[in-house]
Design a protein around this ligand. Structure first.
Ligand code: UDP
Ligand code: MG
Length: 316
């Protein structure tokens, strides 16, 4: 019997979990020809999330869990899930039931047809603000343009991945992760499934705009060096302008015999060029920061316990 691991990153989800257990149970009753593992990654929750998961594990042996030593963020929770998942395929799912578990039946259908990466694409986003929808749309556009490869629009992390995709993703160990672009990077045979995204069942969203913007910047800089190219593109016309202006001033001085004056023009120029330099430094700093973080080679996460076992973290 093939085994499917459902990886569920959870951070302060005590209110959603009871609903989630129920829906997962219902689902697996409908597909009895597969073995399931529900792998919860407790991402440093401050509420009773871990206790609830442990309790449920007593009743339901399909439940496994990893407990992080602190909050590492969803992206890191996802790679930890991949590291510990034992299934022939894995499915990423949010704990708040925004991803309808029933869609998994369809995922599996396509997986059996030979697709490696079956992902859910949103038709609608109920219960999300206009601003969130708009920013997300723009973000995909920009990322796609810069990356120069196809990035799936309106797609979250809700998807099924074949074991070979899992093994591929496990090899990408950078610490500032943008898993979304990694799904595109690994390639393999992809299939989209359309669905309506539900509002979260209980509790509050953990996202805020700062997190979203951080993720967006990480996404772009981890994927492509085109912003560095942008710096070059901006600097070329500036140098042309500078050269042109220089020749103009010198020529005027010699030909028309007009002394160089115009303090304002000089001040404007200084301001302009220091502005350009700041921009360039900003972009370079962005990449330097990334190099700094990556060269530390820290483990991506630390685990407090795995299925009740205390983790000593000796290997990492
Ligand atoms: N999550 C996590 N760590 C975090 C923030 C969120 O593991 O630091 C989990 C959260 O429990 C949920 C999923 O990531 O299962 C998506 O989070 P949320 O619903 O808050 O995001 P949204 O759906 O609003 O984008
Ligand atoms: Mg959510």
């Amino acid at each position: 019997m093939k085994k499917i691991s459902i990886i569920i990153p959870t951070y302060n989800e005590e209110e959603s979990l009871p609903f989630l257990f129920e829906r997962l149970n219902e689902l697996t009753k409908k597909i009895e020809s597969y073995e399931f593992e529900f792998l919860f990654v407790n991402d440093g929750s401050k509420d009773n999330t871990l206790e609830i998961i442990k309790e449920q594990r007593q009743i339901d042996s399909r439940i496994s869990y990893i407990d992080f030593s602190r909050n590492f963020g969803k992206e890191i929770a996802m790679i930890a899930g991949l590291d510990y998942a034992t299934g022939d395929a894995v499915i990423f799912m949010d704990a708040d039931l925004q991803d309808p578990p029933e869609l998994i039946i369809e995922f599996i259908k396509y997986w059996e047809q030979g697709y490696d990466d079956v992902y859910a694409k949103r038709k609608s986003r109920k219960g999300e603000t206009f601003l969130k929808k708009f920013t997300s749309k723009m973000y995909y556009r920009v990322l796609q343009k810069l990356a120069g490869m196809e990035i799936q629009k309106d797609t979250g992390d809700f998807r099924l991945l074949d074991r070979r995709c899992v093994n591929a993703l496990k090899k990408l160990r950078e610490s500032q992760r943008c898993t979304k672009s990694m799904f595109s990077w690994i390639g393999y045979k992809k299939k989209e499934v359309l669905y309506d995204r539900d509002p979260r069942i209980a509790g509050k969203t953990k996202w805020n705009y700062k997190k979203l913007i951080d993720l967006a910047i990480d996404g772009i800089t981890s994927f492509t060096t085109s912003p560095l190219r942008l710096a070059t593109y901006i600097s070329i016309p500036t140098f042309v302008l500078l050269g042109g202006y220089f020749i103009y001033v010198i020529a005027k001085c010699f030909v028309v015999n007009q002394p160089i004056q115009a303090f304002q023009a000089i001040i404007l120029l200084i301001l302009f060029f220091s502005g350009v330099q700041i921009l360039l430094f900003g972009i370079i700093g962005e990449y330097l920061g990334r190099i700094f973080v990556e060269t530390k080679h820290r483990p991506l996460y630390l685990i407090n316990e795995y299925n009740g076992q205390r983790e000593e973290n000796e290997k990492s």
